[in-house]
Write a protein that binds this ligand. Structure first.
Ligand code: ZN
Ligand code: ZN
Length: 925
């Protein structure tokens, strides 16, 4: 069983780069005679392309990036890797910290200047790095942690014998329990196969086999990894980067489960406020109500009133003729009653319209006659509350309501009572809690808009220009709840804080974990409230206290998970595991250091160590040096990728790896990357004389980027760095990217933030705001391209070969063979997307979906074609002994040789090899 996409995010991203390199190569050829015209160069944005790369692959990738810049493009790369930073022509560093303490430009300039100043985090690292590699060779860390033993257990390690899954070459590996082990090796060497397909896959199988027969029937269908023996497996938890579950609505609060505890807290201790007046709607005891009544009677306006009737409501908005209640009132000796707002003598009552709703109150007493008689007032109030089931009201001589008096939650001015609060009232996934306009999304998406009245929305929407029709296609903040997601009543429920402050659930969720915990420490509660709050707050604390240990303290709780990077999503799960107090678990992690600045990386390692010291085993797929320095054991796979990988090269501590000549990892750890790619940085254009060569973004006002001015040279390799949460993605992808797209479209050499706010594509959450003062020079780009890590396609039909367009050429080639011509096969016949040549069982997908109600969808190989996608007729059409299905099974490296006679094909395949993706198969899912 496999998930849909077996290409990692980083592989998808590099594949996209190759596609672009190909376009760039064509471009250069076409314009080689003249200088490259401005219209030909693009601004290309990349978010951490070295993610998950072995240093050897980083080197390949850097060469590709430099090549793209040589083709005349401008590249902005968000990057942490210092080896990569030092090859930039221009560095932009944001910081100094995360969230509100970040967002400032701490440095911009050349790497040499950055190192020379050595003031910033990056500068310090870079100075050392440029000076010498020696400093990176930290002292060897001997494993002296987590040697806790299970009572009487003879199994001290996980032993995998004879593993042959995928490219693994019959290897034996042991992973000591209660230790931190790192699996490393170049991309495609078999790391994930070992960690996920074997260790995790078998862990899951064994777990499911111990379950019900219903579960077991599926286990039997799951392919067993190819290996001889596996002993000593513990319960296994994989913490991956993919955000598989969760809807558009899921947030940091929901996935950490903090949301459910906060709902409980608000339903038990929240105080509803009147949305119009902002007054708290408190429930009061009879004694408090008596005091309140006395103080009302002392008010000058009330003193003047000639009549003060204390009444008890007995019928509230109920249909019926209500004769029985009138009889009851008469029988109990009450002379007056109030019917639908009118005071009458009880004996004058006539049956009411039974099909309409009515209100009836009993007039208990006229307080004017007993003013000053405290005991008497007390007793009539008690009587009124008894008759009104806890609620009474006071009328003046104009028969206007002076005040409601109630032991229930009620607005004293309007009498609006609230039913008891329920946790569902605070859930934006429940119809009880959600804002009816946006159904809890906080935003109006185009797909929702169809169901709503457009005019109504446009009128209400914030900052929307009613004259601009484009606007209706965009996502806007919900005009009713303004993004709070909850309905009016629920978002007006507050928790009491010290110093007479109040806080609503949406306000609380907009805070970062630490600020939220600090706020909960300032709750103003009575003894009962404290009793209720203690347990709930403890649960919340348990779930949030680890967020800063994994470097996520800057995330607000209402942040949607869709906007999180893979690394952030993984680290949230890691934080949740830290709070879970499990022991004896094998945790498998996929490159948790991704996207972390060196300092945050140290905290992550501490976190993993604390999981280990709780008696757990950690198996981490990782290239990060610091992680390896801290590992108890390193398993180095290699030496190459694909068929050239899958061997166990070395196993041991960092020191042992460095001494092992066969280990590529050891070699890089010892020497660091040398950069033969370019001996020097590109010359920077002069700022004064060469205005057109610079792009400048000034006066930012976006998220934490307050009043910063950033500039960068065109046609250079630019890297943006800084700690996690400093604002790198906000700057590059959200702000600069979108603004540049508009500058190109509008041909504005000088784009004002004002115009962009009005006409540009709104950025989610910032609709209509002015986000920067000015952007100059961006209009000269031909386009803005973002090369992200999303999958290349959503179906099993997207393969690297189809994506790159090489498969079209291969199909044409097969159709041009004499045998194909004789049979009358056109290129379409060789497609696995059209009915004629493909396998009918799987319709050319090669796999079929296995749906299990309690697990994410898995795919298994098609029985009919054995995953080859084609039917028998196409399969027997061969060239050089290979069918088109065989070609799809080739790696790009093999295909480059196979098609060496074909310049166009082999050139494209070679590009993949050079980018370090040669091990990927043409038809890989
Ligand atoms: Zn709403
Ligand atoms: Zn098939």
């Amino acid at each position: 069983g496999q998930p849909l996409n077996t290409l990692s995010g980083g592989e998808s991203q590099r594949l996209k780069l190759v596609k672009y390199l190909r376009a760039g190569a064509n471009l250069k050829r076409n314009t080689s005679k003249s200088s490259i015209p401005d219209s030909g160069s693009s601004l290309i944005l990349l978010d951490e392309p070295t993610t998950g790369l072995h240093k050897h692959d980083v080197k390949c990738l850097l060469a590709a990036l430099q090549q793209i810049v040589d083709h005349g493009h401008s590249l902005i790369v968000i990057e942490h890797n210092l080896d990569v930073l030092k090859s930039a022509d221009w560095i932009i560093e944001l910081g100094p910290e995360a969230g509100s303490k970040g967002g400032r430009l701490v440095f911009q300039g050349s790497p040499a200047a950055c190192a020379a100043s050595a003031k910033t985090e990056t500068g310090k690292y870079l100075a050392r790095e440029l000076e010498s590699h020696q400093s990176l060779l930290a002292a060897e860390n001997q494993a002296n942690y987590g040697t806790k033993e299970v009572n009487g257990s003879s199994e001290r390690e996980l032993r995998i014998l004879g593993a042959r899954e995928h490219n693994l070459k019959n290897i034996d590996v042991s992973i000591p329990h209660y230790s931190l082990s790192v699996v490393t090796g170049v991309s495609g060497s078999g790391k994930s196969t070992l960690a996920f397909d074997i260790a995790f896959g078998e862990g899951q199988r064994r777990f499911m086999e111990s379950m019900s027969p219903y579960a077991r029937q599926f286990v039997e269908q799951l392919p067993r990894p190819d290996l001889d023996q596996l002993n000593g497996i513990q319960p296994t938890v994989a913490i991956e980067q993919r955000v598989t579950r969760g809807s558009r609505k899921s947030t940091v609060a929901t996935i950490t489960e903090v949301a459910q505890y906060l709902r409980l807290l608000y339903s038990r201790l929240g105080v509803p406020h009147n949305p119009d007046t902002g007054e708290p709607m408190l429930s009061q005891s009879a004694i408090e109500l008596e005091k309140r009544l006395q103080s009302i009677l002392r008010k000058p306006a009330v003193r003047k009133s000639e009549q003060l009737l204390l009444c008890s409501p007995v019928i509230r908005n109920r249909k019926g003729h209500h004769q029985p209640i009138a009889n009851w009132i008469a029988n109990h000796g009450y002379e007056m009653m109030r019917v639908d707002g009118e005071i009458i003598l009880t004996e004058d009552f006539e049956k009411l319209d039974r099909y309409r709703e009515h209100n009836i109150e009993i007039v208990i007493a006229n307080l004017n006659s007993i003013r000053g008689a405290k005991a008497k007032i007390k007793s009539v109030l008690q009587e009124a509350l008894l008759r009104g089931k806890g609620t009474a009201l006071l009328l003046d001589d104009q028969e206007e309501i002076v005040s409601w008096l109630s032991t229930h939650r009620m607005d004293p001015r309007t009498g609006q009572a609230l039913p008891e609060l329920d946790p569902k009232d605070f859930s934006f996934n429940s119809s009880k809690g959600w804002c009816p306009t946006c159904r809890g999304h906080g935003r109006i998406y185009p797909w929702m808009r169809e169901q709503l009245d457009d005019d109504e929305l446009l009128k209400k929407s914030i900052g929307a220009d009613a004259s601009d029709d484009d606007e209706s296609e965009e996502i806007i903040i919900c005009p009713d709840c303004r993004g709070d997601r909850l309905n009016r009543t629920s978002r007006n429920v507050f928790l009491p804080l010290r110093a007479n402050r109040w806080i609503s659930l949406p306000q609380l969720l907009s805070l970062t974990p630490r600020a939220l915990l600090n706020t909960l420490d300032r709750l103003k509660l009575d003894t009962r409230g404290k009793l209720i709050a203690t347990d709930i707050v403890d649960q919340i604390r348990e779930r949030l206290q680890f967020m800063d240990r994994v470097g996520l303290e800057y995330l607000s709780l209402d942040r949607t998970t869709q906007t999180l990077s893979g690394g952030e999503a993984q680290r949230i799960r890691l934080a949740a595991q830290l709070g879970s107090n499990l022991a004896g678990v094998l945790y498998i992690l996929d490159e948790p250091s991704i996207g972390l600045h060196a300092r945050d990386g140290d905290r992550l390692i501490d976190t993993l160590k604390s999981l280990r010291s709780k008696g757990n085993t950690l198996l981490v797929v990782e290239h990060d040096e610091a992680m390896m320095e801290n590992a108890d054991r390193i398993i180095d796979l290699g030496p190459g990728a694909g068929t050239q990988g899958g061997e166990l090269i070395a196993e041991g501590t960092l020191g042992q790896l460095k001494r092992n000549r066969a280990s590529l990892t050891g070699k890089y750890l010892k020497k660091g990357i040398t950069h033969p790619i370019r001996g020097h940085h590109r010359k920077l254009p002069s700022r004064a004389s060469d205005q057109n060569s610079w792009v400048e973004l000034s006066g930012t006002n976006f998220r934490n980027l307050k009043n910063q001015s950033i500039r960068f040279p065109r046609e250079r390799l630019i890297m943006v760095c800084g700690s996690s949460g400093a604002g790198k993605s906000s700057l590059v992808r959200d702000l600069l990217g979108n603004a540049a797209i508009y500058a190109i479209k509008a041909k504005k050499s000088n784009l004002s933030g004002k115009l962009f706010a009005k006409k540009g594509k709104p950025i989610e959450g910032e609709e209509g705001s002015i986000l920067f003062a000015q952007l100059t020079g961006a209009h000269q780009f031909r386009s803005v391209l973002e090369v992200d890590q999303s999958p290349i396609g959503k179906t099993p039909r997207s393969t690297p070969a189809t994506y790159l367009g090489v498969f079209d050429i291969i199909r044409q080639f097969f159709a041009s063979l004499p045998e194909a011509k004789m049979r009358g096969y056109k290129p379409g016949r060789f497609s696995f997307n059209t009915p004629h040549g493909r396998c009918p069982t799987c319709s050319g997908a090669g796999r079929v979906k296995l749906e299990m109600s309690f697990m994410p969808d898995t795919y298994i190989s098609c029985d009919k074609c054995k995953g080859r996608r084609y039917d028998a007729e196409i399969e027997d059409l061969l060239w050089n002994g290979k069918s088109i299905a065989d070609v799809l099974k080739m790696s790009f490296e093999e295909a480059a040789k196979f098609f060496s006679f074909h310049t166009q094909l082999s050139g494209l395949m070679q590009l993949m090899v050079e980018t370090g993706l040669g091990y990927i198969k043409l038809g890989q899912y």
